[in-house]
Design a binder for this molecule. Structure first.
Ligand SMILES: [Fe+2]
Length: 243
């Protein structure tokens, strides 16, 4: 499996707190059946002010540690970018990081606030698509406005977004409401990718194996599509470390 969303890089957001923990998370990912992971630290203005120049050295050091520990996991890096008005500016400055490509568009892992759908999101999405950037919305199933008014998911679909559901949402880690919403999206085959969004070993571990079983029980072809084929096609164009 390919894991497109993880907070495994140590010490630069609310994910792994140390290199040792990050290495254990890498092993946990391998134990789940993951062969390639994209490290996606938060870029969240005022909270986690990461940029390509802050992420790359941490990534390089982590790759070296994973290689030295002989953990069979290949890695690339991008970011989970919180919706904000500076995204077009960052793009022009070359400060945005992408997961890879989908239909020749660069894929941006875009995070909404957890509480609501931000005003002007439609304008941002149109701008992104016009600039050959494909927004992949992270964990829509945990957005409280979408949970309360699920018909708004259809509105987001019409804007041209892709969707990444978090593995733990399908296994009940975030409670019944989130699980029911995630399962309803699965039944409509409405998401494109499942990823771990792992932050640590215990509270937010890697749930990809269990989540794969949930989706495969529903439809093995769809499971293969959202855990392997689509994420694999996206990362094929991203920088990868040698096997
Ligand atoms: Fe995340």
């Amino acid at each position: 499996m390919i894991d497109l969303h993880s907070h495994i890089l140590p010490g630069i957001d609310d994910g792994a707190r140390s290199l040792d923990i990050a290495l254990e998370m890498a092993q946990q990912a391998v134990d789940c059946g993951i062969s390639h992971m994209v490290c996606t630290p938060h870029i969240h203005k005022g909270y986690f002010d990461n940029s390509p120049s802050s992420i790359k050295p941490v990534f390089d050091k982590f790759v070296e540690a994973v290689t030295n520990a002989s953990i069979p996991l290949t890695l690339s890096y991008a970011a989970e970018v919180r919706v904000n008005e500076l995204i077009p500016v960052w793009f022009k400055q070359g400060e945005l990081l992408f997961l890879g490509k989908h239909n020749n568009k660069q894929v941006l892992l875009l995070e909404m606030p957890h509480s609501h759908i931000p005003q002007g999101l439609d304008v941002l999405i149109k701008w992104l698509l016009r600039n050959n950037i494909q927004p992949l919305i992270a964990h829509p199933e945990r957005n409280r406005e979408l949970l309360a008014e699920p018909h708004k998911f259809t509105w987001l679909q019409r804007q041209g977004c892709l969707f990444q559901v978090t593995a733990g949402a399908l296994t009940g880690r975030f409670g019944d409401n989130v699980e029911h919403f995630a399962v309803s999206l699965m039944q409509k085959k409405a998401f494109h990718v499942v990823a771990s969004d792992t932050h640590d070993l215990v509270r937010r571990p890697n749930d990809m194996k269990e989540a794969f079983d949930v989706v495969a029980h529903f439809n093995p072809t769809y499971a293969k599509n959202v855990f392997i084929e689509t994420p694999s096609a996206i990362v094929q164009t991203a920088p990868r470390q040698p096997e």
